[in-house]
Design a protein around this ligand. Structure first.
Ligand SMILES: [Zn+2]
Length: 284
């Protein structure tokens, strides 16, 4: 009897060990999966302390890009993200703002050069149907450090779609950009900033870590703020690829200087690894 009990105990212990190893290897696979910057590009992986992430520096007047001092400064996303959280800014007192440019309608080469010359690391929320004719314009920006993120296939107001429809818009864009740009988006912005609870669930189901809206925006050559009259530390700033692109970029630069800010990369300031591991272990 005792012998049988002991061997049952050992079998139970062994199965626990096997299970632990499986869970751990799953977790490390998830960790490995998000370190996905393609070789030969300067795409940012968003990890503090990754010395490969900022090859040229950047920011106001070519000053070095300000990056977090360490893990403690990263935005920790809630776990597990069954719903992607909505963010409009990064909670920090450092003088950093994040420029996120949307859609991709007007492909202004002078504007692209303006950004590259200043080595601003920017986040691009691109709509697949809008950029489909000219991925090359954005690949060039990606090579200079821009990160391509998800802004749906058709730019439909997501709140008019059921969960499955929203999921299709978000997932298909992520799949497309993974092929076209070699990196899968990790953030999404809903068209027009319109979202509901299904949007947050659909974003998470497509592997997005956050729904990103904005705290300030540049429009028609001037800045508009959700509160106050200046850029605040951690602000996510909305801009568009429009015909006034150069005017918007110059207005933004002026305001950045006036408020003694630096342009930093949003993805540098988010803790993706923890969220990603949790996301994977939370799925079937
Ligand atoms: Zn848009």
């Amino acid at each position: 009897m005792n012998k049988k009990k002991t061997s049952q105990g050992i079998a139970h212990l062994l199965s626990l060990i096997v299970l632990s190893v499986l869970i751990l290897s799953g977790a490390s696979a998830a960790t490995a999966a998000i370190k996905h910057a393609p070789a030969g590009t300067t795409a940012y992986t968003g990890r503090a302390g990754d010395e490969h992430a900022v090859p040229n520096g950047g920011g106001q007047d070519n000053l070095p890009v300000i990056r977090p001092d360490g893990y403690h400064e990263l935005l920790k996303l809630p776990l597990p993200p069954a719903e992607a959280p909505v963010i409009t800014r990064i909670p920090t007192s450092k003088p950093v703002v994040f420029l996120a440019i949307d859609d991709g309608l007007i492909k202004d080469k002078a504007g692209r050069k303006f950004i590259a010359d200043r080595r601003w690391p920017v986040t691009l929320f691109l709509t697949d149907e809008i950029i489909a004719g000219d991925y090359g314009y954005f690949r060039e920006m990606q090579l200079k450090g821009a990160v391509i993120e998800d802004h749906t296939i058709t730019h439909t107001n997501l709140t008019t779609l059921p969960f499955e429809g929203q999921k299709k818009e978000i997932c298909a864009t992520a799949d497309s950009y993974q092929k076209k740009f070699g990196v899968r988006p990790r953030l999404m912005r809903p068209p027009g900033g319109d979202y509901n609870q299904d949007t947050k669930k659909a974003a998470a189901a497509c592997g997005m870590h956050a729904v990103v809206n904005w705290h300030s925006k540049v429009n028609g050559g001037s800045l508009q703020y959700q509160e106050g009259d200046k850029l605040l530390p951690g602000d996510i700033v909305l801009m568009h690829f429009r015909k006034e692109f150069m005017d918007d970029l110059k207005a933004f630069q002026q305001q950045v200087k006036r408020d003694h800010m630096h342009v930093a990369l949003l993805e540098d300031w988010i803790d993706f690894e923890t969220a990603s591991v949790a996301l994977n272990s939370g799925q079937n």
